[in-house]
Structure formats: structure tokens, C-alpha cells
Design a protein around this ligand. Structure first.
Ligand code: PHE
Length: 334
């Protein structure tokens, strides 16, 4: 009986202690076997009570060993430095590229195939690189085309309104021939709606060399629209930019090319996709390139609107809200 209460109170904090306990009671030379061997010497009238007691002891000891064993196993798992190795694995969630990055990479890829490199510059710019060098002197009315965020303490510092500023920096630091595209985020003080935001993304391009003509411009953009949209019908509409002369707006014909072209369901017709023109000689001279020797063309497009178009996204704000239900839809894209 004393043994039974000892067994009930026993607890073990290691497998070694538990094993010693098991051997002590249930081992070959253990307490239980000793009593079982004693059994034949017990007087007949006591046999029944004695037998019951040792059976009780045996059950108690066996149950104790089993329950302590499983407790110890649990705590070993929980305290293992690798955590519980027996838990089922959690699948690794793969992220998705942002649609802006997808389209930006496609554009970079297309232009890199015809010799353009990628240049980048600061988002916080000075007046010279964003405006003045681009033939937009102070008080020039065309500055109103791009509502600007200024840094409060210094009217010379602003958030760039276009990545043309990067092209100014590139021309200041590199000699022609120049073939570069400048992707990046730009800021304009505009009301936020489904169609426009106070920040968006651009890719601007610049090509400067001897004898660059408007025909080169047109052919380059034709190649680009064919590669990106699978559509080569473009239209150049006369336009105005202070930094190019002549200037044009580029429309791509976004419609059913053939009766079997069922990819595009809505938004057919001519869609404006970028601004372009021959770089104004003043801009070349401002940036240290001799306009009597060199000429070139520039172009600029908004990545966000192209992403809306290519992926049939109805609202530009989805691009900056970080809603994973939206973002994970691009898992299968490039
Ligand atoms: N910088 C112009 C804009 O942001 C785009 C442009 C670039 C137009 C180059 C012509 C030439 O609107």
C-alpha cells in the first residue's frame, strides 16, 4: 500500500529519472516481480487481498510510466530549439510583383533591346533640373502644366514632376551618343480620383547623337508600341512641351485589329499614351551639349495608366492601396 501511494506521487523531470522508476517497479528484478514471487508463500486466506493489492500496484505503476513518458515527449518537442519538429509544415507564401513593376520591367526590357540603358535620379529635385534647364524659366506659364509640390522652407527644392530631370542630369554628366530611359516616381499636386493620383510613375527616354531625326523618333516609338501592346498603329498629334520642338502626343490605336482579336473588350479607339518631340536646342545647350553638332528626341509616358490599360484595372488608386486581394492577382504575371 505504501508503494501505491509512492507511485501515485512520483513525477519525473527527465527520461533518466523515469527509466529508473520503471526499472525499480516494473523491471525484471523490480518490486513487483519480487512480490509476485512472494505470492506462493502467502497463507491461503490472505492470498486474495495480497493479489488484489499487487495488481493495483502494477496498474498504477504502468499507467504512471506511460503518462509521464508522453508528458516528457511533449515538453521535449515544445522546448526543442527547432520548435516542434513533428508539426505539419506551413506552405511558403510566394509574393507577387506589383503591376507597376511588371510594366516598368517590360518597358525597360524593350528599350534595352535597342541599346537604351537605365538612368535614375533623386525624387527631391532642385528647380534647375526639374524646370529651368528644360527651357521652363521662372514665371513661365508652362510651369502650370505640372502642379508642383514645393518643399516649404525652400522654393528651390521640390518633388520632381517628371523624370525629365534625370535626363538633364544624364546630359550634364555624359557625352553623346546618349540612349537612356529614366523610370521613376513623380509627384503632382492634383486631386486624387480613379484616373489620376498625386504621385505616379513615368518612363522617360532620351536619344542624342549626330543627325537624329524625327523619322528615328517615329520608328523607335512604333517599335515600342508594337512590342508592348502588340499594336503598331500609332498617331502623332501636334502638341506643345517647352523642352521639345516640334512636340507631339502619341496615340495608339486600341481596338479590334481583326475579327479574331477578342483580347480587348472595351476602351477601343485612339488612346493617348505618351508625349514626345525633338529636344529643344536650348535644352541641349543648357546641359552642356553643343546643339550645332547634336540633335535628339525625347519621350515620356506614365506607367500607371499603361498598367491600367494592359491589366484592365478600373481605378488607379488600387495601385497604391496595398490590398493583397488585388496584389495577389498578379502572381502569375512576369
Ligand atoms: N515630361 C513630360 C511630362 O511629364 C513628358 C515628355 C517627355 C514630353 C519628353 C515630351 C518629351 O508630361
Amino acid at each position: 500500500k505504501e508503494h501505491i501511494s509512492e507511485v501515485e506521487q512520483f513525477s519525473a523531470d527527465s527520461t533518466e529519472a523515469l527509466e529508473a522508476f520503471r526499472i525499480k517497479y516494473l523491471g525484471k528484478k523490480g518490486i513487483l516481480n519480487k512480490y509476485f514471487a512472494e505470492f506462493k508463500n502467502i497463507p491461503k486466506e490472505d492470498k486474495k487481498a495480497f493479489g488484489q493489492t499487487i495488481n493495483q500496484l502494477k496498474t498504477a505503476a504502468t499507467e504512471k510510466v506511460n503518462s509521464l513518458k508522453s508528458n516528457l515527449e511533449q515538453s521535449v518537442k515544445a522546448s526543442s530549439k527547432y520548435g516542434d519538429l513533428s508539426r505539419p509544415g506551413e506552405p511558403m507564401e510566394l509574393g507577387a510583383r506589383h503591376p507597376i513593376s511588371i510594366v516598368k520591367n517590360q518597358i525597360i526590357d524593350i528599350f534595352s533591346r535597342i541599346g537604351f540603358n537605365v538612368s535614375e535620379g533623386p525624387e527631391i529635385e532642385d528647380d534647375w533640373h526639374n524646370f529651368t534647364a528644360l527651357n521652363l524659366p521662372e514665371h513661365h506659364p508652362a510651369r502650370d502644366m505640372q502642379d508642383t509640390f514645393f518643399v516649404q522652407t525652400d522654393p528651390d527644392i521640390l518633388l520632381r514632376t517628371h523624370t525629365s530631370s534625370v535626363q538633364v542630369r544624364y546630359m550634364e554628366n555624359n557625352k553623346p551618343p546618349i540612349r537612356t530611359i529614366s523610370p521613376g516616381r513623380v509627384y503632382r499636386n492634383e486631386a486624387i480620383s480613379a484616373r489620376s493620383h498625386c504621385f505616379f510613375h513615368q518612363v522617360e527616354g532620351l536619344y542624342i547623337d549626330k543627325n537624329v531625326s524625327f523619322a528615328d523618333l517615329k520608328q523607335t516609338l512604333q517599335f515600342f508600341t508594337q512590342e508592348l501592346f502588340g499594336k503598331s498603329r500609332i498617331r502623332l498629334r501636334p502638341s506643345y512641351f517647352p523642352f521639345t520642338e516640334p512636340s507631339a502626343e502619341v496615340d495608339v490605336y486600341w481596338g479590334l485589329e481583326t475579327e479574331t482579336d477578342y483580347r480587348i473588350t472595351k476602351g477601343t479607339g485612339w488612346l493617348e499614351i505618351m508625349g514626345t518631340g525633338m529636344v529643344d536646342p536650348n535644352v541641349l545647350d543648357n546641359c552642356g551639349i553643343d546643339s550645332k553638332v547634336y540633335s535628339g528626341f525625347a519621350f515620356g509616358m506614365g506607367i500607371d495608366r499603361i498598367a491600367l490599360l494592359l491589366h484592365q484595372i478600373p481605378d488607379i488608386r488600387l495601385l497604391s492601396e496595398n490590398d493583397v486581394r488585388f496584389l495577389e492577382q498578379f502572381r502569375s504575371s512576369l
